[in-house]
Write a protein that binds this ligand. Structure first.
Ligand code: ZN
Length: 297
């Protein structure tokens, strides 16, 4: 697992592209990641220009770049817009070339994935997935997303998976809420993301008393989701990360609800299958490193 310490040896350029900030980093050939550098996400011209200036100030040459980005992204290698952010509602960023900008500036391989796919790769390689052949990474925060890694390879189809937008049964005590997803209303993200929790109860889950019914309802939805993903993919590990899951006791509740929802079909020992991230919450640049390393092989 890469450690955080200062390094002047620039081999890999790392970018964690978020809606409010870009985190930049360097990693040497051993995978040691240097002190991260933060720039605000404003317009593509400003933010990408500042990123390129920073990387140029650190090294003239790079082995590869890895980008873990907010999406949606075009990840079809045969597409003329591969490596673009596509239809995001974020102002200025729809149809923005992200990967190509770095490829042209530094003439080296550039790998790009969604941030959640990057985290899934890093967890599989250095975190909770070590010693396991398959891993599903779910993040439950401002949005909900998932990435699946099997034998070191990410699942892709026409695009990256959009696991946050699956449809679920409704909890019987939650029928009055229309859901917070602007596209689907009561999909998983519309029911169990941070904004969906605040839309119903006014505060985040960790700010509600432990006996508040919200805890049971959110755990129930996440248990249904785990049951669905297990039926489709049977991951050896299901890693649940993101801000919402920092709520004390939630992971245990999700395990119980997943077993109940499986009704005899839950595979494995719940505490071994459903786990917290092995890399903590700081896996963004490690995801970018995993993406960069993969782009050179
Ligand atoms: Zn949705």
């Amino acid at each position: 697992m890469p450690a955080w310490r200062k390094t002047d040896v620039a081999t890999y350029g790392l970018i964690e592209a978020g809606g409010t900030k870009f985190m930049l980093g360097l990693a040497d050939e051993k995978g040691v990641i240097g002190e991260p550098y933060r720039i605000p996400t404003t317009t593509p011209e400003e933010t990408l220009g500042a990123a390129i200036d920073w990387f140029r100030s650190k090294s003239p040459l790079y082995t590869a770049f890895g980008i873990g980005s907010f999406g949606p992204l075009d990840l079809n290698r045969n597409s003329p817009t591969w490596g673009y952010i596509t239809r995001t509602p974020k102002p200025h960023w729809a149809n923005t070339d992200l990967a190509g900008v770095f490829a042209r500036a530094f003439s080296c391989p550039v790998g790009i994935e969604t941030d959640v796919n990057g985290a899934a790769l890093a967890e599989a390689r250095w975190g909770a997935g070590v010693g396991h052949g398959s891993l599903l990474y779910l993040t439950i925060g401002t949005g909900i997303g998932g990435g699946f890694v099997s034998d070191g390879r990410l699942l892709h189809g026409l695009s990256h998976p959009e696991m946050g937008h699956i449809r679920l049964p409704r909890h019987p005590d939650d029928l009055g809420f229309a859901g917070a997803c602007p596209f689907h209303g009561d999909c998983l993200e519309g029911l169990a993301s941070g904004p969906a929790i605040i839309a119903r109860w006014g505060v985040s889950l960790s700010e509600l008393a432990t006996d508040h019914l919200a805890h049971g309802i959110i755990a129930w939805y996440l248990g249904q989701a785990v049951c669905t993903f297990q039926a489709m993919l049977e991951p050896e590990r299901i890693v649940i990360g993101g801000g919402v899951t920092a709520t004390p006791g939630l992971l245990d509740r999700v395990r119980k609800e997943a077993v109940n929802a499986g009704a005899g079909y839950f595979t494995g020992e719940p505490a071994d299958v459903i786990v917290a991230p092995g890399l903590g919450t700081g896996s963004g640049l490690m995801g970018a490193l995993a993406i960069a390393i993969r782009s050179t092989s």
